[in-house]
Design a binder for this molecule. Structure first.
Ligand code: SF4
Length: 377
């Protein structure tokens, strides 16, 4: 948690939400998320867990890191009293997830470590109700609280911002080692882990940086762990930096593949194949992702870590049903359209007779209707 310890009554930590209330350090955002949405799980991005499903996503204000490149700084770096929040205790979130037909709840946008107690209680309530839980986190947390939380978490998408302590110190106001420990702990506790690395030009985009990071993932975390490279688009606070060139992302993907990582994805760019899953065995397309829509390609039966057969079958079914529904809708539209077009002249005459044409047209009498227009006369 934050290194700033508030000693005086009413003082708060660097995370902004832990306040010294009557000598007790309390997380004042417990039960008060400032943002709640239903997102596709692919938006987290989480690709190998409950693919193609919606997830109830929430955050409170505050963060235990202070990344200079934060895209969500309006909520991560503000005080609880500066933003409106909803009152949604853990049980209410679970009810909401069920009402919205979400099979999972995601703690995201800011870091759930900062609203740890709320996250933990909601995860427990979600599991008791048969829902899954997903953490989207920078992984900057001590081992014991992480272990307690991970008992109630199914999937974790963890940022690995750089394999450099200097980067974490200068850019995020944090340190590297706890993040690495969290990633290894999540794997050890058998969570579905996906890693994301935001490539920021000039800060962590050198060939050596990328190779070191990919090597560490392949050697210590596992080659079957999905690795997402994400393009940086400069927020106001880092407007002096350029966006990440597509060539840099493609180079990162090539390096990751050279290091033996099976599932490499590119995010925040428009590239047709950036988010597809290819079979590491036969190299053929297994899952096609377009925007946030997901479709299973049926020509490879190989099992993928995290992509369970049930999920894949459901995706195939959804896709088939979608295609059938699209064809049916098209057929109905064509029939209705054709019937409507064929009946148009008669309808026009009736409408003119009845004086129902809008605008400047006046009702015509029988003689005018029968008279050929000047272009025919
Ligand atoms: S950890 Fe994420 S939410 Fe927190 S400051 Fe860094 S980028 Fe923003």
């Amino acid at each position: 948690m934050s290194a700033d310890v508030p000693h005086c009554a009413g003082g708060r930590g660097g995370c902004r939400i832990r306040v010294n209330l009557d000598g007790e350090l309390r997380a004042v955002t417990y039960g008060y998320p400032c943002t709640v949405h239903v997102d596709p799980v692919e938006k987290k991005p989480v690709f190998h867990f409950l693919p193609g499903t919606p997830t109830l996503s929430l955050a409170t204000v505050g963060c235990n890191l202070h990344c200079k490149n934060c895209q969500n700084w309006e909520i991560s770096q503000c005080n609880p009293e500066d933003l409106e929040a909803m009152h949604l205790p853990p049980a209410a979130l679970v009810d909401l997830a069920r009402r919205e037909h979400c099979p999972s709840i995601s703690f995201t946008y800011t870091d759930p470590v900062v609203f740890y107690e709320y996250t933990l209680d909601t995860c427990r309530a979600a599991h008791a109700a048969g829902l899954k839980t997903i953490l989207v986190t920078a992984g900057y947390i001590n081992r014991e609280p992480a272990r307690e939380l991970f008992r109630h978490v199914d999937a974790a998408r963890i940022d690995l911002k750089a394999l450099s302590n200097d980067f974490y110190r200068e850019i995020c106001d944090a340190t590297l080692q706890p993040v690495l420990d969290t990633i290894l702990l999540a794997r050890e506790m058998r969570l579905e882990v996906e890693l994301i690395h935001l490539i920021i030009p000039t800060l962590n985009d050198s060939e050596a940086d990328l190779r070191r990071l990919c090597r560490w993932v392949a050697d210590h975390v596992g080659r079957d762990v999905p690795l997402h490279f994400s393009a940086f688009s400069p927020p106001t606070s880092a407007g002096h930096l350029p966006p990440t060139p597509v060539a840099t992302l493609e180079r990162a993907r090539a390096i990751a593949r050279e290091c033996g990582i099976d599932f490499v994805y590119l995010g925040n760019i428009l590239e047709a194949e950036a988010a597809n899953t290819y079979c590491p065995g036969c190299k053929r397309l297994l899952v096609r992702r377009t925007g946030f829509s997901v479709a299973r390609e049926p020509h490879c039966a190989r099992r993928m870590p995290g992509l369970r057969e049930g999920d894949l079958r459901r995706m195939e079914l959804t896709r088939r049903k979608f295609l059938q529904a699209a064809v049916a809708v098209l057929a109905v539209q064509c029939t209705v359209g054709w019937t409507w077009l064929r009946a148009a002249p008669a309808r026009g005459v009736q409408a003119v007779r009845a004086g129902r044409y809008p605008g400047r047209l006046r009702p015509l009498d029988e003689r005018e209707l029968r008279r050929p227009g000047p272009w025919l006369g």
